[in-house]
Design a protein around this ligand. Structure first.
Ligand code: GSH
Length: 161
């Protein structure tokens, strides 16, 4: 895709410069806020959770895009019977032990989790929060309620280079 340095979304543009990779973008957007913990250990705990979420997520597109019905069924079984529960039972345990956060208070990690849960629900036609209620973004929703509605900046045109 033209205009995308690595042919993939997401792409963040600011002052004529572009940034790729969702994690780099998320951290950049959260910079200079408490969503990035000041303490090095707490920062690492949040990143560890985010990379774990990525480890889980990389199992979804191969299943979703598989065209061969027999292979798709094999991938479906593995994903639905093993992978989802492997990760989400552990993620739920960590969140439950920390008041719904990965690590004592709200960070960019819970926003990332919310994105992964929403994407999973959409791609896999499931409702992860029914089986794993603590991943249901309660802490993020509460934060948004106290913060108020965020207004998006005017639409930015991505220029093809
Ligand atoms: N590691 C990258 C993965 C990006 C990625 O997988 N992008 C997908 C959509 S979510 C894409 O643009 N796919 C189109 C393609 O590869 O042609 C990130 O986290 O930003």
């Amino acid at each position: 895709m033209e205009g995308l340095p690595y042919g993939q979304f997401p792409l963040y543009e600011e002052d004529g410069r572009v940034l790729t990779q969702s994690l780099a973008i998320a951290k950049y957007v959260a910079r200079d806020t408490e969503l990035i913990p000041a303490d090095a250990w707490q920062r690492a705990v949040v990143e560890s959770a985010v990379y774990t979420l990525f480890d889980y997520w990389r199992n979804v597109p191969p299943y979703y895009f598989e065209a061969d019905p027999a292979k798709k069924e094999e991938l479906r079984k593995k994903l639905f019977v093993e992978t989802i529960d492997y990760y989400f039972s552990r993620i739920s345990k960590q969140l439950s032990e920390n008041g719904g956060y990965f690590n004592v208070k709200l960070s960019w990690g819970e926003f990332f989790l919310t994105g992964i849960v929403e994407a999973s629900n959409r791609f896999l036609q499931i409702e992860l929060e029914k089986q794993y209620p603590v991943v249901g973004a309660t802490v993020v929703k509460e934060y948004i309620k106290t913060r108020g509605v965020y207004k998006l900046p005017p639409r930015i045109e991505v220029k093809n280079k």
